[in-house]
Design a protein around this ligand. Structure first.
Ligand SMILES: NC(=O)c1ccc[n+]([C@@H]2O[C@H](COP(=O)([O-])OP(=O)(O)OC[C@H]3O[C@@H](n4cnc5c(N)ncnc54)[C@H](O)[C@@H]3O)[C@@H](O)[C@H]2O)c1
Ligand SMILES: O=P(O)(O)OC[C@H](O)CO
Length: 330
């Protein structure tokens, strides 16, 4: 397949490399010309995926027109808050009824829209056929060909199966589900819980606290998902429980790292200034907090993470408040 990958961060680079190694025709768009030239000549994305030698057939380019030429599928791995801007600006390059796979995890701040809506609205008039790729997958592990399993949410069963076959390898196993809403919401909300789990671990609150956060985080995610039209059982799968477990426990998670530092007493501004990569959960917390209010759904962990991130609440007081809520049935 001829595929354009938009987003030269760690995930876009990893997926482009994986697909190129399978013999697909892959072009990777890196928006910064200097960075694109460097990656193209050195055959390593030193900034976002150091130490991984890229497949010789993978073309790296800053000219998005060239990258999009003849693409049968566009895989989007740009941070979620920039997807609308990138797709809208380059809408003329997209074919009608083209296939778009969104691999980014987040909910837009301005509109509170999940990624499927952002893609559909940005490409309005082009009627894109879209799928959401999510699930427990650290770029650093996938790029080293370590065994990984993910979810692909796509309403069109035939397209889902085609994409599954295109994306799967011996070490990267793709499961399909028509519930794209559940897949995208799971991928977005787990980042909030990863920050929460990092906070608890940064405070050295122990394994019990972390297990409680993961489990109650799953309940919170499912509650919001149900209200937004997702299927509850999707959250028991890879893009829900799977990614929660990974990012709430795995130190490779950038969202967990943000939480750990907050729990250790660092300030958000300083933490973000020290990071080169994106921690989607920081901005997604703001969106999901807004969704909770819009849908009238109780999201206690999200609310406390929001207060720590945006109201400078003491992390210890946030955990205390969670523990002192009125007692209820599970
Ligand atoms: N890295 C992973 O392990 C992983 C795994 C699964 C999903 N994801 C998701 O993939 C998405 C991309 O994350 P990543 O880890 O590749 O990012 P990254 O932190 O590795 O890189 C950030 C990327 O964002 C780009 N960027 C920054 N500002 C931009 C703008 N204004 N417009 C367009 N691009 C801009 C940078 O050029 C860079 O390519 C996120 O939604 C993330 O949650 C990441
Ligand atoms: O590093 P994080 O926290 O953005 O997590 C990366 C992936 O989403 C893990 O599935």
């Amino acid at each position: 397949m001829n595929i354009a990958v938009l987003g030269g961060g760690s995930w876009g680079t990893t997926l482009a490399d994986l697909l190129a190694r399978k013999g697909n025709t892959i072009r990777l768009w890196i928006r910064d010309p200097e960075q694109a030239r460097l990656v193209a000549s050195q055959r390593v994305n030193d900034r976002y995926l150091p130490g991984v030698e890229l497949c010789p057939s993978l073309r790296v380019c800053w000219d998005i027109g060239e990258v999009m030429q003849g693409a049968q599928c566009v895989l989007v791995a740009v941070p979620s808050q920039f997807i609308r801007e990138v797709l809208s600006r380059h809408k003329h390059l997209f074919p009608e009824h083209g296939v778009v796979v969104c691999a980014s995890k987040g909910v837009e701040n301005r509109t509170l829209q999940p990624m499927s809506r952002v893609v559909a609205e940005s490409l309005e008039g082009k009627s894109p056929r879209y799928a959401i790729l999510s699930g427990p997958s650290f770029a650093q592990e996938v790029s080293r060909q370590l065994p990984t399993a993910v979810s692909l949410g796509c309403e069109d069963r035939q397209l889902a199966h085609t994409l599954r076959d295109v994306l799967s390898t011996d070490f990267f196993r793709v499961y399909t589900t028509p519930d794209f809403k559940g897949v995208e919401l799971g991928g977005a909300v787990k980042n909030i819980m990863a920050i929460g789990s990092g906070i608890a671990d940064g405070l050295q609150f122990g394994h019990d606290a972390r297990a409680a956060l993961i489990t109650r985080g799953l309940a919170e995610m499912s509650r919001l998902g149900r209200a937004m039209g997702a299927q509850e059982r999707t959250f028991m799968g890879l893009s829900g429980m799977g990614d929660l477990v990974l990012t709430c426990t795995g130190d490779l998670s950038r969202n967990r790292q943000v939480g750990l530092k907050l729990g250790q007493g660092q300030k958000l501004e300083k933490i973000l200034a020290s990071m080169r990569m994106v921690a989607e959960g920081v901005r997604t917390t703001r969106s999901v907090y807004g969704l909770g209010r819009e849908y009238g759904i109780e999201l206690p962990i999200t609310e406390q993470v929001y207060k720590v991130l945006y109201e400078d609440k003491d992390p210890r007081a946030a955990v205390q408040e969670l523990m002192q809520r009125s007692l209820k049935d599970e």
